[in-house]
Design a protein around this ligand. Structure first.
Ligand code: DCP
Ligand code: MG
Length: 399
């Protein structure tokens, strides 16, 4: 083998996905939970399951299920509210391990990433060896288990990591791609969901193999101009690169005042305006921030920053403002007479806000805060930037 492989078939892509991530972290922190049914999610009346340990999955409990249903299926499980800060810590540990293997790490969520290890192959011998090493390092350094898929592209690697969970290691041989893909249901193709699957089913197409063998002209009425794309996937062809995202992304806003400012109300109004701007940019990019930073410079050019993590990721104006204000007030207490030359606030620890279509109970922001943000965003979008801002901002005197 080898000679007839194209360049893209010579890549080595690893997909790592942690097993029952939130639940496993809970078991790690409370050893009495090990092996027990554990359900993590919103505990309120409208709560949803974020994840369940494998022992709980035996009772039929799974992610995105209403919590009430989970409780009926498995009354004896331990029900735990998400501790996002802790999961983020463990996630950072896992990602540090990834970066020991390659700089080409593309995080998809806290517990999942693609690694392009093509260049590290020589060092580790074989893809399978890299996979084993990654799993072992994760277990050793974090106490958690992961499932790993290895293939020559992202699509196959991701499918591979999923089929022998938990603690799996699956390698897709480039010559066995059809044998691997053909029996799988079409729902495994990214983008084929509840709406498209029944239409394909009506054509007698249930498996990836059937889709692979169906003529494009038959697929077009259902899949439109994506038909070729899906057929390439069904053939195991996927040329997308692993795209590393910069881990240190941040969004901030700061101003240098024309004349140094010492009045607390005016400083707070400025901070509120900055929180509006920063959170609006977060929401526009569907991001959540985990840490708020405030920056203060005095007339002598002495600059301090103060930062604190939120209990859970947020992109709500009020949540970010409250934290920024708390940081500012703490500094202000001991610097009541200090005039300020520059004031800024920003956020770091950015991550995908997700689809937002379920409540996993890990959000700090009240529903009404979120609603207000949405109304403000849509009005600002329609009428241009900053036409409408929260009350306190309006009170600020125009310079
Ligand atoms: N998650 C969530 N809501 C969902 C799905 C997931 O809050 N609807 C959270 C909890 C999970 C984490 O994201 O622990 C990772 O998601 P996965 O889909 O990878 O699920 P798990 O890691 O929990 O389990 P698996 O072993 O199937 O990967
Ligand atoms: Mg997982």
């Amino acid at each position: 083998m080898g000679d007839f492989l194209t360049d893209s078939e010579k890549r080595a892509i690893v997909h790592v996905d942690m097993d029952a991530f939130y639940a496993s972290v809970e078991c790690l922190d409370d050893r009495s939970l090990t092996g027990q049914p554990v359900v993590v999610g919103g505990l309120g009346s409208r709560g949803v399951v974020a994840t369940a340990s494998y022992a709980a999955r035996k009772f039929g409990v799974h992610s995105a299920m209403p919590m009430g249903r989970a409780r009926r299926l498995c009354p004896s499980a331990h029900y735990i509210k998400p501790r996002m800060q802790r999961y983020r810590e463990k996630s950072a540990e896992v990602f540090t391990i990834f970066r020991d293997f390659t700089p080409l790490v593309e995080g998809l969520s806290l517990d999942e990433a693609f690694l392009d290890v093509s260049a590290s192959l020589k060092l580790f011998g074989s893809p399978e060896n890299i996979g084993r090493e990654i799993k072992q390092r994760i277990r050793q350094d974090t106490g958690l288990t992961a499932s790993v898929g290895l293939a020559h592209n992202k699509f196959l690697a991701k499918l591979a990591s999923d089929i022998r969970k938990p603690d799996g290691l699956v390698l897709v041989d480039p010559e066995q791609v059809h044998a691997f893909l053909d029996p799988m249901p079409i729902s495994r193709l990214w983008g084929i969901g509840k709406r498209t699957a029944p239409k394909l089913k009506a054509l007698g197409i249930l498996t990836i193999g059937q889709l692979r063998r169906t003529d494009l002209s038959v697929l077009r009425p259902v899949l439109g101009n994506r038909s070729g794309h899906y057929q390439r996937l069904a053939n195991g062809i996927d040329d997308r690169e692993v795209e590393p995202v910069r881990p240190d992304k941040s969004i901030s806003h700061e101003v240098t005042f024309d004349t140094d400012l010492a009045e607390r109300p005016e400083l707070l109004a400025e901070l509120q305006r900055q929180a509006e701007s920063v959170s609006r940019r977060l929401r526009a990019q569907r991001l959540m921030a985990s840490t708020v930073v405030v920056k203060i410079r005095d007339p002598g050019f002495h600059t301090v920053t103060r930062s604190r993590s939120l209990r859970a990721g947020s992109n709500s104006t009020q949540t970010l403002y409250r934290m920024a204000r708390a940081l500012f007030e703490k500094w202000h207490e001991s610097h009541k007479t200090t005039a300020i030359r520059l004031l800024g606030m920003g956020v770091t620890g950015l991550e995908d806000a997700g689809s937002g279509d379920h409540d996993t109970g890990d959000r700090l922001d009240s529903n009404s805060d979120q609603q207000i943000d949405r109304v403000f965003d849509s009005i600002n979008q329609r009428y241009g930037d900053a036409k409408i801002v929260h009350g306190q901002t309006l009170r600020r005197k125009k310079p």
